[in-house]
Ligand binder design. Structure first.
Ligand code: ARG
Length: 462
């Protein structure tokens, strides 16, 4: 089955395309999301054409008013999208022709869908960078508030998910502020790099019309026009960079998501997630499932999947535009939607969660978490080489383990079986509060250090 020849490019075609061809070729099902960017790009282009005397002021007026009406129709839901018209660019132009007639055909002067889609998509991805930055800011503030509330609450710090050393809740929260700030800066950098306007590159080689690319670039909020027309139509780095930044950010979200899953379990009870961000079980009434956290742990799968997909599409493509590149949009749309949703959900969870200070403190004190403090005391007070102090401490940990107690519960006599020089003073470093308070090195877990970092970030984010 074939349809009649396409009204946009069918001049040299006798027959129409096969229905299957239409189905595989069309992008309107998803690129309709670019309608606002497409209309903004067209309006900037038309204004420039008129300013340069390439179209008449009357035609420009008709085109501009027509485009505004098309936009209103799309936003009102009265616009009929047609698969036969392939994509958002041709759907809009065809409707413009219905509305204003002949001048509509002049809009595409000195332009191609290749630079048109490049500018539309850049504008869309640029907006998503801004949305990601705003979402990250909100999440950073939520972590900062948690850090401030519990700057000196002790909890176990882990390596290998084994109790390592006591740390502070505030310190752990601030670790995510650092990660997120790097995520934020990646979006800021990507945005700055992508902020060049490809419009006017035309099909690939530029145009013989006396266009003003600086004018359209400025009108669309770009810093400057792109400098090479071939690169302009072939480039999708901006989308790849967005996906790369989104992947790293989603990876960070997945790590806190995993911690929330562990921490909210009945075995840990470090945090209680709010009712707003948990679900019950239809069969087990005791359950509070951290579903949002689990989904956030999973989201990186699809965001990284989109990244790999687009890299694979772009790999080995000869310059300039190839239709392969139409496969860019769904991946980026899906990744962006899920990143924004993930950031919002994580912000809600972090804002609403309550740390169980007692459970944190209790866990901090178990698992021989102050063994390093004991070794450090032996170095500082008895001048033992660290390796020997490590050995003595290991012996005492084994002794405590045998007795089924923690390090501070060993008697002084028992301590002295490890080293005769140990005195009563050793107990001062075996408490978790003293332990964290002693870690005053820059960036360390001591509450004063944590408070200094909180203050620095609050000032930076004010
Ligand atoms: N729908 C196309 C895309 O998304 C627009 C560009 C089409 N250009 C072309 N020469 N067929 O990539």
């Amino acid at each position: 089955m074939t349809n009649s020849a396409n009204s946009m490019w069918g001049g040299r075609f006798e027959g129409g395309v096969d229905a299957i061809m239409e189905a595989i070729n069309a992008s309107i099902g998803f690129d309709k999301r670019l309608y606002a960017q497409d209309i903004a790009g067209s309006r900037a282009h038309a204004a420039m054409l008129a300013a340069q005397g390439i179209i008449t002021p009357e035609d420009h007026k008709a085109i501009d008013a027509g485009l505004e009406q098309v936009k209103a129709e799309i936003e009102a839901g009265t616009f009929t999208f047609s698969t036969a018209l392939e994509d958002i660019h041709m759907n809009i132009e065809a409707r413009l022709k219905e509305l204003i007639g002949e001048p509509a055909g002049r809009l595409h002067t000195a332009r191609s869908r290749n630079d048109q889609v490049a500018v539309d998509f850049r504008l869309w991805v640029r907006d998503q960078c801004d949305a990601a930055i705003a979402g990250i800011d909100a999440l950073m503030r939520a972590f900062l508030a948690q850090a401030e509330a519990g700057a000196d609450w002790v909890m176990p710090g882990f390596t290998h998910l084994q109790t390592a050393q006591p740390v502070t809740w505030g310190h752990h929260m601030m670790a995510y502020v650092e990660m997120l700030s790097r995520d934020r800066s990646r979006f800021v950098d990507a945005r700055a790099r992508m902020n060049e306007c490809p419009l006017g590159a035309a099909a690939l080689a530029g145009t013989s019309f006396p266009i003003d690319r600086h004018m359209t670039a400025a009108a669309l909020g770009f810093d400057r026009p792109t400098a090479n027309s071939l690169d302009s139509t072939a480039d999708r780095d901006f989308a790849l960079e967005f996906l790369g930044a989104a992947s790293i950010c989603a990876m960070h979200l997945s790590r806190f998501a995993e911690e929330l899953v562990i921490w909210s379990s009945a075995q840990f009870r470090f945090v209680r997630l709010s009712d707003a961000f948990t679900t019950g079980s239809s069969i087990m009434p005791q359950k509070r499932n951290p579903d949002a956290a689990e989904l956030l742990r999973a989201k990186l799968g699809r965001i990284l999947g989109a990244t790999v997909a687009l890299f694979t599409v772009m790999k080995g493509l000869a310059l300039t535009y190839s239709k392969d590149m139409q496969e860019d949009k769904e991946q980026v749309f899906d990744a962006a939607d899920n990143l924004m949703l993930g950031l919002a959900a994580m912000t809600g969870m972090v804002r609403d969660m309550t740390a169980n200070r007692e459970a944190l403190a209790k866990a901090a004190a178990s698992g021989f978490s102050t063994a390093t403090d004991l070794a450090d005391w032996l170095v500082r007070t008895l001048n033992l080489p660290f390796r020997e102090a490590h050995h003595v401490t290991g012996f005492l940990v084994a002794l405590a383990e045998k007795k089924g107690c923690d390090l501070p519960e060993l008697t002084l006599a028992e301590m002295q079986t490890g080293h005769p020089g140990i005195t009563q003073d050793v107990y001062s470093v075996l408490g978790v509060d003293n332990s964290v308070r002693s870690r005053v090195s820059y960036g360390g877990t001591a509450p004063d250090q944590v408070r200094a970092q909180i203050a620095r970030w609050k000032e930076r984010m004010a």
